[in-house]
Design a protein around this ligand. Structure first.
Ligand SMILES: N[C@@H](CCC(=O)N[C@@H](CS)C(=O)NCC(=O)O)C(=O)O
Length: 194
C-alpha cells in the first residue's frame, strides 16, 4: 500500500488514521505546488486531480478524497472495527468537516482578497462554534477515537497556525488527540513533531 501526502495538509488525517489502524503504507511525499514526487514522472500521472491524499492499494487500485479514504480505513482495520462508529453519523461528520471546514479553510489561505479571506475564516470559525455546541462526548462520535477525530484534529492544527480563536473545549480536545502515539508517529513521519 502507498499513501501520497504532503506535510500538514488535510492528508495528515488519513496518515494518522492509517497509523492508528496499524496499516504501514509506504509514504510518498508530494510537492502539491509543483505536483512532483520523488520518483519518475509527475504526480498528475498518479492522480490526475493533482491533489493529496491518495491511497494506492497493492493491486494498483487507487482511492482519492479524504472522506472515502477515511471511511475505508475505518472499515478496514481491527482497531476501528472493535467499536465501529455509526456509519451514517461517520459519513455525515466527515462530509461536514470536508465541505464546511476544510474547503473554506483552503480557500481562505489561497484566494486573493482580504474581504473574501475574512468571510471564509468567519465561516470556518462558525463551524467550530457549532461543533463546540453539539459535541459533549470525549470524541466527535462518542467515547472512542474515530477517523473523524483525525480529520478535525488537522483542522484545529490549521486554526492554530492562523491564530483563529476556538473554544477551550476544542483546544482541550485537540491537545488530547495530539498526545496519541499514532498522532505523534504521523507528525514525526511528516517532519512536524515539536
Ligand atoms: N476534495 C479533496 C480535496 C483535497 C485537497 O484540498 N488537498 C489539498 C491539500 S489539503 C491539495 O493537495 N491541494 C493542492 C491542489 O489542489 O493542487 C479531498 O477531500 O481529498
Amino acid at each position: 500500500m502507498r499513501y501520497f501526502y504532503s506535510p500538514d495538509t488535510c492528508a495528515l488525517a488519513g496518515h494518522i488514521a492509517l497509523a492508528e489502524a496499524g496499516h504501514e503504507p509506504e509514504l510518498i511525499k508530494v510537492d502539491v505546488f509543483t505536483r512532483t514526487i520523488n520518483e519518475p514522472g509527475d504526480y498528475n500521472n498518479v492522480n490526475p486531480k493533482g491533489y493529496v491524499p491518495l491511497l494506492e492499494f497493492d493491486d494498483g487500485r487507487k482511492l482519492t478524497e479524504n472522506v472515502a479514504i477515511l471511511r475505508w480505513i475505518s472499515k478496514n482495520s481491527e482497531r476501528f472495527s472493535k467499536s465501529p462508529p455509526d456509519d451514517d453519523r461517520l459519513t455525515e461528520t466527515l462530509a461536514f468537516i470536508s465541505s464546511e471546514i476544510q474547503k473554506p479553510f483552503v480557500f481562505s489561505f489561497f484566494l486573493p482578497g482580504d474581504e473574501a479571506k475574512k468571510d471564509l475564516s468567519e465561516m470556518v470559525a462558525g463551524r467550530f462554534a457549532y461543533l463546540t455546541q453539539v459535541h459533549d462526548k470525549k470524541f466527535l462520535l462518542g467515547n472512542d477515537f474515530s477517523v473523524a477525530d483525525a480529520f478535525l484534529y488537522v483542522m484545529l492544527r490549521w486554526a492554530r497556525m492562523v491564530n483563529m480563536e476556538v473554544s477551550t473545549r476544542l483546544l482541550e480536545y485537540r491537545d488530547t488527540i495530539e498526545q496519541l502515539p499514532s498522532v505523534q508517529r504521523a507528525l514525526q513521519e511528516e517532519g512536524l513533531a515539536t
